[in-house]
Design a protein around this ligand. Structure first.
Ligand code: SF4
Ligand code: SF4
Length: 136
């Protein structure tokens, strides 16, 4: 099976060879879809894991037990555009380009198909207009 997950990790885990560990311990083929890591602070990576269901579940448990947050990529970001003041704070945190403000309107545009559910906009928005929704 193939499962896509967003892995958030604290600063003390940022330089850890996570991909190597997952491949060695759980025999998983891994593709990195997106990464935001600099080795000195917390970071996020979006992984596609290809293996049998047991190995993938064990790998996810291992990451969680190691202090990482793991969210399924099946989750979606919802955005309440009725309250947006177009301040742009969320756009600089959105590495995938799903949130953009451009001339001449200078209005926030959200393109959900580009969203990798990194959740950075949730904390970036001063009005807390973003929330995460999980598919059943
Ligand atoms: S979760 Fe927010 S910041 Fe992350 S890619 Fe989606 S819209 Fe951009
Ligand atoms: S940070 Fe919040 S209020 Fe500002 S543009 Fe983004 S969604 Fe709108």
């Amino acid at each position: 099976m193939i499962k896509k997950v967003v892995v958030s990790f604290p600063a003390d885990q940022a330089s850890r060879p996570l991909i190597y560990e997952l491949i060695r311990k759980y025999d998983i083929m891994i593709s990195i879809i997106k990464a935001d890591i600099d080795g000195r602070r917390s970071g996020k990576i979006v992984l596609e894991m290809n293996s049998d269901a047991d190995h993938i579940r064990q790998a996810i448990d291992y990451m969680i037990e190691s202090g990482m947050e793991v969210s399924p990529l099946e989750s979606k970001i919802k955005f309440d555009d009725t309250k947006c003041i177009n301040c742009g704070a969320c756009t600089s945190s959105c590495l995938s380009g799903a949130l953009i403000i451009k001339a001449p309107e200078w209005k926030l545009r959200f393109e959900p198909e580009k969203c990798v559910v990194c959740k950075l906009c949730i904390t970036a928005c001063p009005l807390k207009l973003f929330r995460i929704e999980f598919n059943d």
